[in-house]
Design a protein around this ligand. Structure first.
Ligand code: 5AD
Ligand code: SF4
Length: 469
């Protein structure tokens, strides 16, 4: 994109401030790790930088600024960042030899958790910026260009979303017909294995008006499916347009009125926050997709207690009964941790039994990874790595079988598919099922953004194949 060809009202503006325009467009490359929240944040950082005169690039070698948006949830995820920083440092040195500068920034949860330690370990890093301060990115960069190294991880008092520029219409269109929208950040649950309450802070809900305005903007640019995001999304609450207190269920009803938005989703939820109105939304809102990611982590009450989940396996199963009664075709997804401190073979078998009872359409499962500063890390009876490996294998085999069976159960049926993009092979398009599976259909099957009826013919590795119904 050539900045000189852009009309001024096409440049995003920070609330109350004029758009900044520079002549030589610098390029930013952002690499995103971890959850969908980081994907969304990377987009908003891109929007802030575009408003500041940058253009986004997919080629790291061309970048004047490389930002890593990092994840701290498990040790492996955090360590990846340091090995990547080593590689980027070499590029920075090479680029410097041609007389050009490459700034390196670390954002996201590793930035928040490790702060200045990152610059100590990787001196090539120029700036470290936590998730609560992304709106300050342009100012921070101006100081970095002045020769300072900056660590900006203080929780800001101001609302970053108020200050972050909205994406330009062209940018939204480029990003496709599905979009994320963060409605809530942080977590007050303090599960004993989890770093999120420390890296993302306590729960904050975005106001209704801000969310509705952003969803309308997305819909106007052609977005058909919006996924509301939050670390604890169903804890979202706010003052509604009628002055009453709204929960997520009521918000979904409101968003379903926006013309063009055909599909709504939300993730990730905590079982304790599935209230009646949210369950009613699953019953009454055709645009709320019949797919729910509801992590349980373990099927053993003893382990659930040690994890501070504040629900039992029975509570979880009873909740699923109510949700399934409201929306019988709902498919379930979950997260599991194996090898939490103290987990015995009997505890693990309870997890396997819960999985057999629920029958998941998809799931994510992990070996417990002790995170410094969390209560779990200091608990006794850590499970040996080899035992964790072996349990994870057994659990994943069962979950994979359930996922494949779910796909097979759809063969022969007619389902709605949102056409998203051209397929990898000529003659194909890729769509998305109500249950988040990629659906590979005939090229002629519809335009991007259309929701069409297709008949499932067979299942692929992670996808479904279909013909026009
Ligand atoms: N070790 C392993 N898995 C974890 N998760 C969160 N913290 C840890 C940890 N310390 C998993 C949980 C959570 C998902 C996002 O990551 O299953 O739901
Ligand atoms: Fe972490 Fe538990 Fe909060 Fe989820 S609910 S973000 S697992 S502390």
């Amino acid at each position: 994109m050539d900045l000189n060809t852009i009309e001024s009202d096409d440049i995003g503006t920070v609330a109350g401030q004029p758009a900044v325009r520079t002549t030589a467009a610098k390029k930013v490359f952002i690499k995103t790790y971890g959850c969908q929240m980081n994907v969304y944040d990377s987009q908003r950082m891109t929007d802030a930088l575009v408003a500041d005169g940058y253009t986004a690039t997919d080629a790291i070698g061309e970048a004047d600024l490389v930002l890593l948006n990092t994840c701290h949830i498990r040790e492996k995820a955090a360590e990846k960042v340091y090995s990547e920083l080593g590689r980027i440092r070499d590029m920075k040195v090479e680029r410097a030899s041609t007389g050009r500068e490459m700034l390196i920034g670390v954002a996201g949860c590793v930035a928040q958790a490790e702060g200045a330690e990152i610059i100590r370990r990787s001196p090539a890093v120029d700036l470290v910026i936590g998730p609560q301060t992304y709106h300050r990115l342009p100012d921070v960069l101006a100081r970095v260009r002045g020769g300072e190294k900056i660590v900006e991880t203080e929780y800001a008092i101001e609302d970053k979303f108020e200050h972050l520029p909205q994406p330009k219409r062209a940018e939204v269109i480029k990003r496709g017909v599905t979009a994320f929208l963060t409605v809530q950040e942080g977590c007050d649950k303090f599960c004993t294995f989890c770093v999120v309450p420390y890296t993302r802070g306590s729960e904050v809900s975005r106001p209704v008006a801000q969310i509705v305005a952003e969803a309308e903007r997305l819909a106007e640019a052609g977005v058909r499916e919006v996924t509301l995001l939050g670390q604890n999304v169903n804890a979202w609450h706010g003052e509604g347009e009628n002055g009453q207190e709204w929960g997520l269920g009521r918000l979904l009803f409101r968003l379903s009125e926006i013309p063009g938005l055909a599909r709504l989703r939300y993730t990730t939820s905590h079982p304790r926050d599935m209230d009646d109105e949210l369950i009613a939304a699953h019953r009454d809102l055709p645009s709320l997709m019949p797919y729910l990611h509801l992590p349980v982590q373990s099927g053993s009450d003893r382990i659930l207690k040690a994890m501070n989940r504040r629900h039992t396996a029975r509570d979880y199963l009873a909740l699923l009964d109510r949700i399934r009664a409201a929306r019988p075709d709902i498919a379930l997804s979950g997260d599991f941790i194996v090898g939490f401190p103290g987990e015995t073979e009997t505890d693990f078998e309870a997890t396997m039994e819960l999985v057999r009872q629920v029958n998941y359409a998809s799931a994510f499962s992990f070996k417990y990874s002790p995170r410094p500063g969390t209560p779990g890390a200091d608990m006794p009876d850590h499970v040996p790595e080899a035992v964790k490996d072996e349990r994870l294998q057994r659990l994943q085999a069962l979950l994979l079988k359930q996922q494949q069976d779910f796909g097979l159960s759809l063969v022969g049926s007619t389902i709605d598919t949102l056409i998203e993009k051209p397929g990898r092979q000529a003659g194909q398009k890729v769509g998305r099922s109500p249950w988040l599976q990629p659906v590979i259909v005939d090229e002629m099957a519809g335009e991007i953004g259309d929701i069409i009826k297709v008949r499932i013919t067979k299942t692929g590795h992670n996808s479904l194949f279909a013909e026009l119904a």
